[in-house]
Design a protein around this ligand. Structure first.
Ligand code: ADP
Ligand code: NI
Length: 211
């Protein structure tokens, strides 16, 4: 079953270069399983399947949100899983996005683990690389020094140069550590957080020509 899902996800996400590629999914799966093992809790089978499928319906990777939903639905139907298992996977996948997940209680421990693993992949060295890859693809500047940091920017503002990938750190990336659901992920996030802080400090120093 896991092999089948892996093959499908590789085929669906292989070409993306904005940080939503197969390797992102693989890291999320591996970190989710690591968190579950350290916490000694959760259904590993559900966690692995949901982690593998978590970005399949993402609007950014489909013609529309509806098309994404249909893609996941028809794939899950083709697997012949039990209804309860299918429902657990769906609940996880649709509850863990940054916007959807904020402030609302997640439906299960398994959802918390997959969300933590997805968030870990948005911070640290990998998170930095993904932010600039995403920003480049969207055509937004690396940094816009004339702007003060703002916590809510629209994609339009990013695209029009009224924001920057550096701003995204303040909007989202630096906040993720304190939003972790599990103690294990919070501990894993600490080193990544210090690394991002050191990166930003060095970035500004070089921007100012080492003044
Ligand atoms: P995921 O689906 O993996 O939870 P997103 O779809 O929100 O995450 O974003 C994918 C990657 O692109 C993440 O690493 C995220 O930080 C980055 N990203 C999203 N929006 C922006 C932005 N406006 N500027 C720079 N990076 C961004
Ligand atoms: Ni993801």
């Amino acid at each position: 079953m896991i092999n089948k899902i892996e093959r499908f996800v590789k085929e669906q996400m292989g070409e993306d270069v904005t940080g939503h590629d197969w390797h992102h999914v693989e890291r999320v799966r591996n970190n989710a399983l690591l968190i579950a093992a350290k916490e000694n809790a959760g259904d590993k089978y559900i966690i692995e399947m949901a982690a593998l499928l978590h970005d399949i319906p993402d609007e950014k990777l489909n013609a529309s949100a509806e098309a994404g939903r249909e893609k996941l639905d028809s794939f899950l139907a083709s697997l012949g899983l039990e209804g309860a298992v299918k429902q657990q996977i769906n609940e996880i996948v649709y509850s863990i996005s940054f916007k959807g997940g904020q402030g609302t209680e997640l439906p299960s421990f398994e959802a918390k683990v997959v969300q933590d693993a997805d968030r870990l992949d948005a911070i640290g060295a990998i998170g930095i690389a993904r932010a600039f890859a995403f920003g480049g693809k969207k055509g937004q500047p690396i940094y816009a020094p004339e702007l003060t940091v703002r916590e809510h920017m629209t994609l339009e503002e990013y695209r029009s140069g009224k924001s920057s990938s550096i701003n995204h750190f303040y909007e989202k990336l630096l906040k993720l550590k304190d939003l972790m659901n599990t103690e294990t992920a919070r501990r894993m996030a600490e080193e990544r957080q210090s690394f991002m802080e050191a990166f930003l400090k060095q970035f500004y120093r070089e921007w100012e020509c080492d003044k």
